[in-house]
Design a protein around this ligand. Structure first.
Ligand code: HEC
Length: 108
């Protein structure tokens, strides 16, 4: 059995450790961890149309060989395409959209 005072010591120590981790986790938003977030957004919101591997689905084209700029991708995601693709402006803010773009850029 671990003595109570040790356990107690551990539990009071733990939150400060956690604090350090989240602080470290917040910095810096590199392209790489942006893309990791974008990937999970993609699976939530895009994969059912564009395919799990983004290589096109039944109703939407492949995103693997996009010729458009990142700014244009962001515009498409925010505005949608009339009668083709919904707007995600309400769902994803600027930073979240940027993470989706970062993910799309890793695909080709
Ligand atoms: C309801 C199905 C649907 C969903 C959901 C959807 N899309 Fe689309 N998307 C389309 C269709 C269809 C097109 C092609 C429209 C056209 O070419 O006229 C398209 C086009 C695009 C394009 C432009 C491709 C090009 O070559 O110009 C991008 C970029 C894109 N989608 C990204 C996304 C992302 C990122 C998401 C998720 C946030 C998403 N789409 C969700 C149906 C969808």
């Amino acid at each position: 059995m671990i003595p109570w005072d040790k356990l107690h010591g551990a539990t009071t120590h733990f939150p400060s450790q956690l604090g350090k981790e989240t602080e470290a986790g917040k910095t810096p938003l590199t392209a790489e961890n942006l893309a990791v977030r974008g990937r999970s957004f993609f699976f939530q919101s895009c994969a059912h149309c564009h395919g799990q591997d983004a290589d096109g689905g039944e109703d939407a084209p492949s995103l693997l060989k996009l010729q458009i700029s990142g700014a244009h991708m962001a515009l498409v995601i925010q505005s949608g395409i009339k009668d083709e693709m919904p707007s995600f402006a309400k769902k994803y803010n600027e930073e979240e959209t940027a993470s989706l773009v970062a993910y799309l850029k890793t695909l080709h």
